[in-house]
Ligand binder design. Structure first.
Ligand code: SF4
Length: 426
């Protein structure tokens, strides 16, 4: 982004914005995606792929956020991070007033609905965290900013500052960074799991306590009403999907996290502690982890049903729900007209919304294939696993290898309809 006609101070801010929004893009703990909005009137800043990300609020609204680092100076040396102290890069730091100014300006121009603010650690954890909190506090109290604020908390920061952060931010995140303590030790020697899990635990308790208090005393302040999230870097160390998902599952269970984000390692680091990292982990791995995460949170699966010692890696060819179904043929076929909601949810091709519609609709009569299609069931998948009004669909029985082959062929477009099991009732 160039700004040849801008005053020097604005050019400096543009330069900082370029450096610090670019450095922030590696943090996915606010569920980001790019946004492009051109600068039409030579105003301050544009959003041409820089600094704007999207996230979802508690009530499901998609909001765009200004995504920044306060600074990319850092006293730590995490091997996987572009801001690590040993990395020879251009450094920059915003002042508190600059971040506030940018947020208000972008907000007024309707470019953003909120702020995602993280930072490298300068001096120490508390000094850094205090500045992040001050920005959120000033935005809320002096500028009456009611937009969404997501603050990244700094590992090792004091409970007082965490408490303040919770009072001004909608969401807080403490990044777990690595799936295991040994991986964290090897790549982030200045960090320790305790400095990450202690604030997570403090936030978890505070969210529960403040929420309970607010139910009784309506005027009590809200504390991080959009909850806390975390990010795990995937593929920088040799952990299996089982290691990653067991860690995620314990974070959901023990710390009440709203989201765990899986960030496929981007090979930006030539650090010698990153052995064999020449190419990024396949995007499909990240995708399968998110699909499994969804199954854990909304489909009633426990983590060891999906990954275990026998199956430590997710199948990259097929989604984890289908993979589980093919490994458990004894569960199927499921009778759509009589089975429990929890069992219907486990049928490949049936999502949460379809399962709810099925249990509601079958009160008025037995459902057949046509009605299931209308409800939104993906019959190309579900047909192998269900019985509905009229019987079952395929005469191949539940032969996992054959079903897998049919579904894969169908999704790759190789399957000629003449060879495909037809929607014929048997
Ligand atoms: S503490 Fe954060 S910003 Fe600093 S090197 Fe580690 S990951 Fe990067």
């Amino acid at each position: 982004m160039t700004a040849p006609h801008l005053p020097i101070s604005e050019t400096r801010i543009h330069e900082k914005l370029r450096i610090l929004s670019d450095a922030a893009k590696y943090d996915v703990s606010c569920a980001s995606s790019g946004s492009k909005r051109a600068n039409h009137n030579k105003g301050l800043g544009d959003a041409t792929g820089m600094g704007i990300c999207h996230t979802y609020t508690e009530d499901g609204r998609c909001v765009s956020l200004l995504k920044l680092l306060l600074t990319n100076h850092c006293i730590f040396d995490c091997a996987y991070c572009v801001s690590r102290k040993s990395n020879d890069i251009k450094r920059a730091a915003f002042t508190i007033e600059e971040v506030i100014g940018l947020t208000i300006n972008f907000y007024r121009r309707n470019y953003i609905e909120g702020l995602f603010l993280s930072s490298g650690i300068f001096k120490n954890a508390d000094v850094t965290m205090e500045r992040l909190v001050t920005i959120a506090k000033k935005l809320r109290t002096e500028h009456k900013f009611n937009g969404y604020i997501h603050l990244k908390t700094i590992p090792g920061a004091s409970e007082e500052l965490m408490q303040q952060a919770g009072l001004y931010a909608d969401r807080l995140s403490v990044n777990i960074e690595m799936p295991t303590e040994s991986a964290l030790k090897s790549l982030a020697p200045d960090k320790n799991m305790n400095d990450i899990l202690t604030p997570m635990s403090y936030l978890s308790e505070s969210i529960v306590n403040y929420t309970a208090e607010k139910k009784v005393i309506k005027t009590s302040p809200a504390f991080a009403p959009a909850g806390q999230s975390t990010q795990m870097v995937i593929g920088a160390t040799p952990e299996t999907d089982k290691d990653i998902l067991f860690t995620a599952s314990s974070l959901y269970k023990n710390y009440g996290l709203k989201r765990v984000y899986y960030s496929g390692y981007v090979p930006i680091s030539t650090d010698e502690r990153m052995p064999g990292i020449g190419t990024p982990p396949p995007v499909i791995r990240e995708h399968r982890l998110y699909q499994t995460d969804w199954l854990l949170r909304f489909y009633g699966f426990s983590v060891n049903e999906i990954v275990n010692d026998e199956h430590p890696l997710l199948d990259t060819d097929i989604d984890p729900k289908l993979s589980w179904a093919l490994r458990n043929p004894a569960v199927f076929p499921v009778d759509i007209n009589t089975a429990d909601y929890s069992l219907i949810l486990r049928v490949p091709g049936i999502g949460v919304s379809s399962a709810k519609k099925i249990t509601a609709a079958r009160r008025f009569g037995k459902l057949d294939a046509q009605q299931l299609s209308k409800i939104g069931v993906s019959m190309n998948r579900a047909k192998y696993f269900i019985i509905c009004q009229g019987g079952s669909f395929v005469n191949i029985g539940l032969q996992p290898q054959l079903i897998r082959h049919h579904i894969l062929s169908l999704s790759s477009g190789k399957f000629k309809s003449a060879h495909s099991p037809q929607l014929t009732l048997f």
